[in-house]
Structures are given as structure tokens and as C-alpha cells.
Ligand binder design. Structure first.
Ligand code: FAQ
Length: 319
């Protein structure tokens, strides 16, 4: 069979909604696309721990602290499931980590913005996890099995994250004038970067068309962004706040909210390494990796010792 025949057969499997598994034949570009997307996703989860981790010691009470601790810990777990899913495609974790640390690999634009107030903990849950869920629920039906299965668990946890964020903001919305102002100011800062999380508009997205054909993506960037706006515009009413977009208004004919233009120059600046916190975030990751070297060494030594112990026990049993 020629490569062209194999590609055609592969596409037929995709069209028939069959799951692709690690040992199945796949086009090299499909493999590379998945490695790119899954590793970027994993990096986003790990770097995404930093803006919120920054507030754990300053949570206002024990209930908020335990929820925030659990959420940040969950993000670490998501990163690990995703690195494991990417490893099934033939890339090692060390390679992925070194691509992140060298600045070669991307991670979500949103985590290069600072967390300046306690309200940001609620806004991240509401908007950032909200955008993440909107994007990730369809990924549970991604054509690549290990990624799709990882996303099922991730989405369950993300929905708890979104709810705890919204509940935090609802509490602020019913609080003092200062608390209501803190909530509005936080949403003003995070709204547009959250809208950018869905990626460039469809006309400027180099990967969407092929990823839709391969059923890695089930919706385009613009379709998901529109769903997000429609949900948030309604939820903002419950929070008694406005979204910082003078062009946001319900369009009866379309059955959707219209919204204003996104500043794509800002998006590309942040993605290419020049956002408010890019250097700080990468610096923190590299430092954590270096300081964790002794843990990796100890774990490797322990695993080697355990393997040796098991081998000796098996030999003893055999004689
Ligand atoms: N930030 O052609 P497309 C989370 C890049 S997880 C930075 O549209 P694609 C959980 C893109 O990589 C958030 N770069 O590409 C959490 C590509 O560059 P390349 C992460 C971006 O892959 C919550 C170029 O632009 N979620 O938040 C961004 O088809 C709270 C062209 O773009 C995922 O990763 C961006 N926002 O679509 C954690 C979900 N958007 O590689 C902590 C999985 C695009 O050619 C706290 N990923 N780029 O150099 C996806 O669904 C897709 O990869 C998209 C991009 C939709 C992100």
C-alpha cells in the first residue's frame, strides 16, 4: 500500500468516528500536530499554577484556602495526564520540558498576566476555567484516544474550578462597595485576554482547517469564542457587573451576542514572549525544575533499588 492509500484509509477511519490509538498507523503530520497541541496544553496547565499559587498564602479564610489549594493541585495533575498522553506519540517528557524552558514551546497567553487582587482568583475560575471548559469539552471527542480520555477527567475537575470561581465572585458581588469595585476591576483586566485564549480568528489560524478534518478539533476558534461570549454575557448579569466591551449587544437576528474587535497585536506580543509576566513565569518554572533535581534523582535511585530487590526476590523464589 502506498502512503497515499494509507492516508486515505486513515481518513476513512476518522470519518467513521473510530478512535486512533498509539500503536495504529497515523500520518506523520497528525502525530506532530497532536504533540504540538497536547504539549502546549500540558505546559499551560503547569505554568497556569503560578498566577493562582501566588495567592494561596493570602486566601481570606480556611474554606477559600482549601479550595484554591485543591484547584492548583488539580492543574498539576492535568499537566501530568497530558504529558503522559503526549509521550504515547513518541516524545519524551524531558524533551517537552526543555522546549518549554528554552521558550521554544508555547503555552496559553492568559498565564502571562499578573494576579493583582484576591478577586482575580474568582475571575480566573469564572473566565479562564470557563474558556478552558468551552474549549476542552469537545476535546473529549478528539480522534486520538489517549488525549480524549485524559480530557474527560480534566473537564470534570475544570467544572469544579469554574463553579468555585463564580461562587467567589458572587460573594464579592453581594459584599461592600470596595469588594464590588475589586470584582469589576478584575473582570475588566481579564476579559480580553480570556477571549484571546481561543486562538486567532479562523481566517488567521494556520492549523484549524486540518485539525477539524482530522477531528482533533470539533469546533473552530471563532465558534467556541462566540459560545463563550453568549454564556458570559448572561452570567455577568447575575454578578451585577459589565463586561468591558462597548460593542457587546444581543443580536436578535443572529441569536448571538455581537462583540468588539480583539487586539490581535497584543495577543501575538504576549504569545511571542513579551507579555507582562512572560519572563517571570518562565524564570519560576526553570527555578522549580532545578530545585527539584534532587527529587528526580532520589526517585530514580529508589526505582532502581526496588527493581533490584524484586529481581533478587524472584531469583530466590526460582531456586
Ligand atoms: N495562547 O492555528 P491555531 C487552561 C498559537 S488550559 C498561546 O489556532 P491550534 C486550564 C498556536 O499554538 C489553556 N498560543 O492553533 C487552566 C499556534 O502556534 P504554533 C490551554 C496560542 O492549535 C485554567 C498559533 O497560535 N488550553 O487554561 C493560543 O489549532 C486555569 C496558531 O493558532 C489548551 O491548550 C493561545 N491562547 O488552536 C489552568 C487547549 N492560541 O503551534 C490553570 C488545547 C493559539 O503554530 C488555571 N488546545 N495559539 O507555533 C487547543 O484547543 C488549540 O491548540 C488552540 C489553538 C485552540 C489553543
Amino acid at each position: 500500500m502506498t502512503t497515499l492509500d494509507m492516508e486515505q484509509k486513515f481518513q476513512e477511519r476518522i470519518d467513521a468516528e473510530e478512535r486512533i490509538e498509539p500503536k495504529d498507523w497515523m500520518p506523520e503530520k497528525y502525530r506532530q500536530t497532536l504533540i504540538r497541541q497536547i504539549s502546549q496544553h500540558a505546559h499551560s496547565e503547569i505554568v497556569g499554577m503560578l498566577p493562582e499559587g501566588n495567592w494561596i498564602t493570602r486566601a481570606p479564610n480556611l474554606r477559600r484556602k482549601t479550595a484554591l489549594l485543591a484547584k492548583v493541585q488539580d492543574e498539576a495533575g492535568h499537566g501530568l495526564y497530558l504529558y503522559a498522553a503526549a509521550e504515547t506519540l513518541g516524545i519524551s517528557r524531558d524533551e517537552m520540558i526543555s522546549q518549554l524552558h528554552s521558550g521554544e514551546a508555547k503555552y496559553s497567553n492568559i498565564f502571562n498576566y499578573p494576579t493583582l487582587t484576591w478577586a482575580d482568583m474568582g475571575t480566573i475560575g469564572w473566565l479562564v476555567d470557563g474558556a478552558a471548559i468551552m474549549n476542552q469539552v469537545p476535546l473529549c471527542r478528539c480522534s486520538y484516544g489517549p488525549y480524549a480520555r485524559a480530557m474527560v477527567r480534566v473537564c470534570k475537575e475544570e467544572s469544579f474550578h469554574q463553579r468555585q470561581g463564580f461562587e467567589l465572585l458572587l460573594t464579592l458581588s453581594k459584599g461592600t462597595k470596595e469588594q464590588r469595585e475589586m470584582l469589576q476591576e478584575s473582570v475588566n483586566r481579564f476579559w480580553w485576554p480570556s477571549m484571546m485564549m481561543f486562538g486567532p480568528s479562523d481566517t488567521d489560524s494556520p492549523h484549524t482547517a486540518q485539525s477539524m478534518k482530522w477531528k482533533i478539533k470539533r469546533f473552530t476558534n471563532d465558534e467556541l469564542r462566540q459560545k463563550f461570549v453568549d454564556v458570559c454575557a448572561e452570567q455577568a448579569k447575575t454578578l451585577n457587573i459589565t463586561l468591558p466591551d462597548p460593542d457587546l449587544k444581543w443580536n436578535e437576528e443572529r441569536g448571538h451576542y455581537d462583540f468588539g474587535a480583539i487586539d490581535w497585536d497584543e495577543f501575538w506580543r504576549v504569545v511571542k514572549g513579551d507579555g507582562p509576566c512572560n519572563r517571570e513565569r518562565l524564570g519560576a518554572r526553570v527555578r522549580a525544575h532545578e530545585e527539584g533535581a534532587w527529587v528526580r534523582e532520589a526517585a530514580t535511585a529508589f526505582a532502581a533499588k526496588e527493581a533490584q530487590r524484586r529481581q533478587v526476590a524472584e531469583l530466590r523464589e526460582a531456586v
